[in-house]
Write a protein that binds this ligand. Structure first.
Ligand code: GAL
Length: 648
């Protein structure tokens, strides 16, 4: 698919500002070089202030004003913020948290995905919007809702959720005996006589049955997909030819984004690298070192993940422009980072990068969150960086398409399995995927993060950091793949119902890696196992196999085994071992590797090499990259980047 021309955009809330400033705002957006504006995602109370009484006037005028200035629009359905009158008229529509408490009105996302009355109301407002604006020439895309699952809202423990879950179980298992058998309910006398006896898996005395928990996660994910689909179906009919998109989040896995994306044309995500660094598992050293840049792999990991969700098309819908308000600490980005983040997204294939938001709103929850403009309409720091991006883009005739080289398989279900049953504190498929991605990027590799259902044809190597449950036919597809691959610990360690497979792990994978995992040893963070200059952390498996050990612990036990084109990690590698194993695999696969400085990352398209400096110090371009410099210098300043045309 040829790449679409890249564009910059912004999120705008005309309802926050007097109409008298809209035309000037639109003019300033165009003057800045923005092409596209997202509006409407929280505007339900202004669109329909009373049940059934629509106030379209202001939205008509906002759309006309932006259109007249030459801007294209992404219009959103406002279903993340049902107004008070609607909540009051639909008893039971509020989500219920794990502790059985209602999630009340007064912020956003206060609805339960399983409440059919609310789903109907969401479809109704979608239909109203679609009917009114579906053919408007300014509208290029529709965003459904806003950030499904944000603020822990994918799971609801309401009566509607319980009823829907029971129906979902009946469909999946057919008979309650089959369910009892599949879940192992004979254990602790958990057997049921009827589906309507089965509660949601919260408020149990100790952990609920992991199979019950996994079923609830699968069900909840299906509910999100169904909610999204109900809107997408309406919009496709009422607004033909427009893209349907949703804005996903960072490090968020509580529904299957690959599934939801089946109903989308473009996967988009909201990129807040500094907030994510602060809120996730990074070390204190990393949090301090990268507090103004974000860890060098945070944004890129998600770019490469979301590129794989909706068939390749993806956007950044919200790009952090300055300090945010929602993390523990909210530092200002280093000067240059907004430019760097933008160009990095484009290097990874984004068609659009849209900044959040045009102007900082002085009241309510996000008053401390920066925008491109300050509340008094003066330009905030990022605005000039946007100008620089536009100048940078002018220096590249055609940015090129991201190179296809190495696939890294990530499964949302794997993250559910490991979250339900970590076995070693903090062990999560998501983190494993991120750490392996990071190690691979330090070697200069170009990665596609893909679902386990992706066709692997055309990749030179496949990395599978953590896949406890194999999808149907996966082993056959791997066996047919002619490149090198790396299997992480816990591979095929569970059946689809989260039980230990017949014949022990790695289950079906024994066809390509003949072995039995006899025991799992969970390692405390401060008691890793030592190899020659590297360590195994968190997890170690006692593996019985005839395959040769490529790397062994100092005590002689095998840590990485090799069998033909398969490598198997018997434990979680630290960065040094990961680099050694990946380098060996790349050598076998004929992929060139680099030894990048910890602060430097690169991304290749088919006609450019982008090099980024995430560190606090100036750094030279990595050896032996050569080419004609189109943007930047041979020495990259902090937050600097250089774009090369490959060649001598
Ligand atoms: C996103 C959300 C926006 C805004 C932003 C603040 O998660 O979609 O509406 O809240 O965060 O960083």
């Amino acid at each position: 698919m040829p790449r679409k021309p890249v564009r910059l955009g912004v999120c705008y809330y005309p309802e926050h500002w007097p109409e008298t400033v809209w035309a000037d705002d639109a003019r300033r957006m165009v003057d800045l070089g923005l092409a596209c504006v997202r509006i409407g995602e929280f505007a339900w109370s202004r669109i329909e202030p009373e049940p059934g009484k629509f106030n379209w006037g202001w939205l008509d005028r906002a759309i006309e004003t932006l259109h007249a200035a030459g801007l294209e629009l992404i219009l959103c359905t406002p279903t993340a913020t049902p107004p008070k009158w609607l909540v009051d008229s639909l008893p039971g529509m509020l989500a219920i948290d794990q502790n059985g408490r209602e999630r009340r009105f007064g912020s956003r996302r206060h609805y339960c995905f399983s409440h059919t009355g609310y789903r109907d109301a969401a479809v109704r407002i979608t239909r109203e919007l679609g009917a009114r604006y579906g053919h408007h020439p300014a509208i290029i895309a529709w965003q459904t809702d806003n950030e499904f699952g944000c603020h822990d809202t994918a799971y609801s423990y309401s009566a509607s959720a319980r009823d829907a879950f029971q129906a979902w179980l009946a469909t999946r298992y057919g008979s309650v005996n089959a369910l009892n058998e599949a879940w192992g309910n004979v254990f602790w006398s958990m057997e049921y006589r009827r589906f309507d006896e089965i509660d949601l898996p919260n408020l149990t005395v100790t952990e609920a049955n992991p199979a019950h928990l996994l079923a609830f996660r699968r069900f909840s994910s299906d509910q999100v997909a169904a909610f999204n689909r109900a809107q997408a179906v309406e919009l496709r009919q009422l607004s033909p030819g427009r893209d349907i998109v949703h804005n996903f989040m960072g490090f968020y896995t509580e529904f299957d984004h690959h599934d939801v994306s089946r109903d989308l044309d473009v996967a988009t995500w909201d990129s807040y690298p500094l907030g994510f660094l602060e809120q996730f598992w990074f070390t204190e050293f990393e949090k301090a070192r990268y507090q103004r840049q974000g860890h060098p792999d945070i944004a890129a990991f998600h770019h490469d993940l979301y590129r794989g969700c909706a068939g390749g098309r993806w956007w950044v819908m919200e790009q952090q422009p300055g300090p945010v308000n929602w993390a523990w600490h909210n530092p200002a980005p280093l000067a240059g980072m907004v430019r760097l983040w933008t160009l990095e997204a484009l290097a990874h294939g984004a068609e659009l990068v849209s900044y959040f938001r045009w102007r900082q709103f002085p009241a309510a929850q996000e008053q401390m969150h920066a925008g491109l403009l300050r509340p008094d309409s003066s330009e905030d720091v990022a605005t000039d960086e946007v100008r620089t991006v536009i100048a940078d883009l002018a220096a590249l005739a055609d940015i090129g398409t991201p190179q296809k080289s190495v696939a890294l398989i990530f499964s949302y279900e794997a993250d559910w399995v490991t979250s339900i049953q970590p076995q070693s504190a903090g062990y999560r498929a998501l983190r494993c995927a991120f750490e392996m991605y990071s190690a691979a990027r330090r070697l200069g590799l170009d990665i596609d993060v893909v679902s386990p259902l992706t066709d692997l044809h055309g990749y030179a190597a496949v990395l599978i950091p953590c896949l406890p449950i194999l999808p149907e036919g996966f082993t056959k597809r791997l066996a047919a793949f002619d490149g090198q691959f790396l299997l992480g610990p816990r591979s095929a360690s569970k059946t689809s119902e989260l039980a230990i497979p017949d014949g022990l792990p790695p289950g079906d994978l024994r066809d390509i890696f003949p072995a039995r995992v006899l025991r799992v040893d969970s390692l405390r963070w401060n008691t890793p196992l030592d190899g020659d200059g590297w360590q195994i952390t968190r997890w170690f498996e006692h593996v019985e196999t005839a395959a040769a050990a490529e790397f062994s612990l100092n005590d002689g036990r095998g840590a990485v085994f090799r069998h033909g084109r398969v490598r198997y990690l018997a434990g979680w590698p630290d960065g040094t071992l990961a680099a050694k194993v990946l380098s060996a695999l790349c050598l076998d696969a004929g992929i060139m590797t680099l030894d990048l400085h910890e602060d430097v990352r690169i991304r290749r398209t088919d006609n450019h090499i982008f090099v980024f400096n995430y560190g606090p110090h100036a750094l030279p371009l990595p050896e032996p990259l050569t080419g004609h410099i189109l943007v930047g210098e041979p020495v990259m300043q902090p937050a600097g980047l250089t774009i090369l045309k490959p060649g001598s």
